[in-house]
Design a protein around this ligand. Structure first.
Ligand code: ZN
Length: 236
């Protein structure tokens, strides 16, 4: 196999590699996976947030219950003092005022406690729902990962085989020719080399001239199509 023919094979391998890389990037399973992953992350966040809210709510309830106990204890003391007797009118008025304040305080605390308990109940109902949603999404994600991996793995192993071929071919082509090929790749959309078939340039479908034919015989590694400018490669 001539150097030029190897270069032609490299051109085909390069094109296939680019195609595969494009396919890999735009694989539907990858977009679907990303979407599902975002949803799962959001669901997980909702679970954590609900758990934290519940934790805070329980803490608040404990604090309110404690405060309420304190107020009730204080009220008991005042009642005991009030009914203990032997107070002057002024002391009595002061004690009664204090009892009134405590009663209002108690009512306020009780109201807050009830509201907190309602919130707790709502959160306790919400939590299993958000947990269930997360679990479902996570399961879907795992399943997709499994099926997607097979597809990705297949493409990647094809890619690896082609890349190996690229390396083998490159090792058999001179740096000068490789540089020339790379320089002209963009101009010819990755196909700067063309086969000649029945005296036709496969790059542009134009019949090659007598001059080109003669040039091919004299310097088969360095003949360009007169029409499209591609490096011409005789069939093996
Ligand atoms: Zn041509």
């Amino acid at each position: 196999m001539t150097e030029l023919q190897n270069l032609y094979r490299l051109q085909q391998a390069d094109l296939q590699v680019e195609q595969l890389q494009k396919e890999l990037k735009s694989l539907p399973v990858i977009a679907a996976f990303q979407q599902l992953q975002n949803e799962a992350v959001a669901a997980k966040k909702a679970v954590t947030e609900a758990e934290n809210r519940l934790k805070d709510c329980k803490k608040k309830i404990r604090r309110l219950e404690f405060d309420l106990q304190q107020v009730e204890a204080e009220q008991k003391n005042i009642q005991a003092e009030l009914y203990g007797g032997g107070h002057k009118a002024k002391e009595l008025a002061s004690l009664e005022k204090k009892a009134g304040t405590l009663k209002r305080e108690q009512a306020g605390l009780e109201e807050k406690l009830l509201a907190a308990m309602d919130t707790k109940e709502a959160l306790e109902q919400e939590l299993p729902e958000v947990r269930k949603k997360y679990k479902k999404l996570y399961g879907k994600l795992l399943a997709l990962q499994k099926s997607g991996n097979a597809e990705i793995h297949e493409l990647k192993s094809r890619l690896a085989r082609l890349q190996e071929e690229q390396e083998t071919l490159k090792a058999q082509i001179s740096e000068t020719l490789l540089a020339e090929y790379r320089k002209r790749r963009a101009q010819y959309r990755g196909k700067p080399l063309a086969y000649i078939e029945n005296d036709i340039c496969c790059g542009c479908r134009v019949v090659i001239s007598f001059t080109v034919k003669r040039s091919l015989q004299q310097s088969p590694d360095n003949t360009y199509c007169e029409n499209c400018g591609r490096l011409l490669v005789p069939r093996e």
